[in-house]
Design a protein around this ligand. Structure first.
Ligand SMILES: Cc1cc2nc3c(=O)[nH]c(=O)nc-3n(C[C@H](O)[C@H](O)[C@H](O)COP(=O)(O)O)c2cc1C
Length: 249
């Protein structure tokens, strides 16, 4: 196995050097070899390279600097629009206007996204996922002109690395692997699994900077607050309804 899996990190700073269209196409072509439900390819990838489009997208990503600084911004969308059109043009009545079909297309989109990322990193490029796509999917739909049946599910910024950030931690493997069936976590196991993460200097700094008592509180009270989660859930459900994925609900 290639060692790059063990040394990888998210890259948020990019050099000025463009990514050639030849290389980008090859990476995208590799990405589309990812597994896809029923070989339907119910996804689309919007490639944004122009400064104008990146400027328009930036606010939807809360102006995270990677959006305008990266040479390439890829928006991965769950997309039944194309497939539905094909069905209708061939005398087949599609039944994909429901939540299950959204999940199918979202899974397809995420699989192609990760395969594109693997291919890009293999070529020495750096990538950063943007979770803001699902927060502000409504704005992204407007900017990119996404029709009904299409919902953006994630964004990846791509470019030549201009930084080598420290690698961040991971939980020990046994924390996430279950042997044959799920073994629920006793309180002592939770303590053990998170001990190293909590003791890290960067974690302690993070807790202090945010005036919190524990690292978990930084996640619940600062980074991913209940009220925000509920607000953005409402927005995203509205997007799913508008794009035609909640019929029958
Ligand atoms: C779905 C998803 C959304 C993410 N959203 C953001 C984001 O909005 N901004 C950002 O800087 N990093 C984002 N990341 C990157 C994660 O912060 C990063 O993968 C994690 O901290 C682990 O770091 P590593 O990739 O360097 O190992 C996202 C990652 C994923 C998988």
């Amino acid at each position: 196995m290639n060692d790059r899996y063990f040394s990888r990190r998210t890259i948020r700073k990019y050099s000025e050097e463009p990514v050639s269209s030849g290389l980008l196409n090859r990476i995208l072509e590799a990405g589309t070899r990812a597994s896809t439900t029923g070989n339907m390819q119910v996804y689309s990838i919007i490639v944004s390279c122009s400064p104008e489009m990146k400027l328009k997208l930036a606010p939807a990503h809360f102006n995270q600097p990677m959006v305008t600084a990266a040479p390439v911004v890829l928006t991965f969308c769950a997309d039944f629009n194309r497939f539905n059109k094909w069905c209708r043009q061939r005398g087949a009545e599609p039944g994909f206007d429901n939540f299950l079909s959204f999940m199918t297309a979202a899974i397809d989109a995420l699989l192609v996204a990760q395969t594109v990322c693997n291919a890009a990193e293999e070529e020495g490029l750096g990538i950063c996922y943007l979770g803001t796509t699902t927060y502000n999917a409504d704005r992204i739909i407007d900017v990119l002109g996404l029709p009904a049946g299409v919902v953006p599910v994630t964004t990846v910024t791509l470019g030549w690395p201009a930084e080598v950030p420290d690698q961040v931690d991971r939980l020990p493997l046994y924390a996430v692997i279950h042997d044959e069936s799920y073994e629920n976590y006793a309180p002592e196991t939770i303590d053990e699994i998170y001990r190293e993460k909590e003791a890290r200097e960067d974690s302690l700094k993070f807790v202090a900077e945010n005036n919190k008592k524990t690292l978990a509180q930084v996640f619940t009270d600062v980074r991913y607050k209940k009220a925000d989660n509920e607000f953005f859930t409402g927005k995203f459900l509205e997007v799913l309804r508008k794009q035609g994925f909640l019929n029958g609900l």
